[in-house]
Design a protein around this ligand. Structure first.
Ligand code: FAD
Length: 394
């Protein structure tokens, strides 16, 4: 589907070519021609003073030849030559989907000098790793990564395409979906195959108050992003193969130049990778009391988490927020101190292995997900617990 050109009205003036953000229009001597890269954004339609361009009616959009799409793909992210944990998690989820569909599981790796990452990916069970190695992919840019993934997807036609809801995935995957003219469900917490073979994409909706299961029946690939630490990592190695792929040079053209990459130094990374998290909620009453949570986290060699209320109070920075609009975490131990357990908080921490909740209200929803619950006053419990930990340490 692409913008339509009326040859009786087109004057080949070139204005549309200039405004098209995805360079889908080429103007010949007589007429504007629109390529498959068109995203139906409509900018050319607005810009054409002769009314020569129009968008096809939504109702007239044909259903594609769905049967020609096969296979489950995972976009494999890496940092400093090492595969990002979310890619392993997605390959774990992708394996289940591929087995249910009876199709191949593939990982797609884009970058430069990434042989080690390709070899590492084979440990996580894909049948094939498609590798595009090019100097222009050494550093991530939306344009090059989107163009490369789109080109690969057009060639191989996967039925499902998964990516991490990381900074990188959130940045360029919507562009991929737009260029492929398909749907995308962001931040899924569960993926499955329905009876009709469709991908069931479940995610919190309406402020986290309901879990919505979304399907994409008429377009391919079915695309979803998943937050890190939501899915279980892949464990099985198979005798997968690595396939080097050469793409046309146009895939590596970019208008954005990355001048420098500065490593993240705030607590965000620490929180998402911590084995122990101690989270404080509004039950702590004031900023000074929040220091108890920080002390306990330090003693347990863990990271400090916070509910949104606490962040809004300004007791700690937003990078510590756990939940729907904060980070998704899944440590071995999660301690929730004075946190009520609103659904928006729970969606961000329910994957933790052991959850300890301290709350004076026995009806607090946090107890619904807690492994161990302490019903009582945190101002008695936490100082006593800190004393005990210190004693144990000698
Ligand atoms: P409260 O709900 O006020 O709970 C305080 C708890 O402390 C109570 O259960 C109380 O019984 C207990 N308490 C009080 N005193 C003591 C004591 N002395 N001893 C023991 N217990 C005590 N929230 C998030 O956390 N993360 C998010 O990402 C997030 N995203 C949101 C997105 C949207 C669109 C919306 C609408 C809301 C979002 N929220 C989020 C807010 C969420 O709905 C709750 O308001 C918030 O999580 C409540 O924070 P809290 O548990 O610290 O505070």
């Amino acid at each position: 589907m692409k913008a339509l050109v009326d040859p009786r009205k087109c004057t080949a003036c070139g204005v549309c070519e200039g405004v098209c953000p995805v360079e889908a229009i080429t103007v010949t001597e007589t007429i504007a021609e629109v390529s498959d890269a068109c995203t139906l954004c409509g900018l050319c339609v607005d810009a054409c003073e002769f009314g020569a361009l129009s968008l096809p009616e939504a109702g007239a959009r044909p259903v594609e030849d769905l049967e020609s799409y096969r296979g489950v793909w995972v976009f494999a992210e890496w940092r400093s030559g090492v595969v990002h944990p979310v890619s392993r998690e997605l390959l774990g989820a992708g394996r289940k989907l591929a087995d249910k569909r009876g199709v191949e599981l593939a990982a797609v790796l884009l970058g430069h000098r990434i042989e080690a990452a390709a070899a590492e990916l084979l440990d996580y069970g894909p049948d094939v790793v498609y590798v595009v190695d090019h100097p222009e992919l050494a550093r991530f840019t939306d344009e090059t990564y989107a163009a490369s993934l789109v080109e690969l997807a057009r060639r191989h036609k996967p039925e499902i395409l998964l990516a991490g809801a990381t900074t990188m995935g959130r940045s360029f995957i919507p562009r991929v979906a737009a260029l492929l003219q398909t749907g995308l469900t962001a931040d899924c917490t569960d993926l499955d195959i329905g009876e009709n073979g469709l991908l069931l994409q479940t995610r919190p909706a309406f402020g986290g108050n309901v879990m919505a299961t979304i399907v994409c029946p008429n377009r391919r690939p079915q695309m979803a992003t998943v937050r890190p630490r939501v899915m279980k990592p892949a464990v099985d190695r198979r005798n997968g193969r690595v396939e080097a792929v050469t793409l046309p040079e146009r895939c590596f053209e970019h208008r954005v130049e990355v001048l420098q990459v500065i490593a993240e130094t705030d607590e965000t990374a620490k929180l998402s990778e911590a084995e122990v998290i101690v989270t404080g909620g509004r039950g702590l009453q004031k900023r000074e009391h929040f220091r108890m949570v920080e002390e306990l986290a330090r003693l347990l060699k863990g990271a400090v988490g916070a509910s949104r209320s606490v962040v809004e109070e300004g007791w700690i920075g937003p990078s510590h927020q756990v939940g729907q609009t904060g980070q998704t975490v899944a440590p071995s131990l999660y301690m929730a101190i004075g946190v009520s357990g609103a659904i928006q908080h729970i969606v961000g921490m329910q994957g933790s292995r052991i959850i300890v909740a301290v709350n004076k209200d026995p009806e607090a929803p946090i107890f619904d997900v807690a492994t161990y619950g302490v019903v009582g006053d945190l101002f008695q419990f936490v100082p006593a617990f800190i004393r005990k930990v210190k004693e144990e340490r000698g």
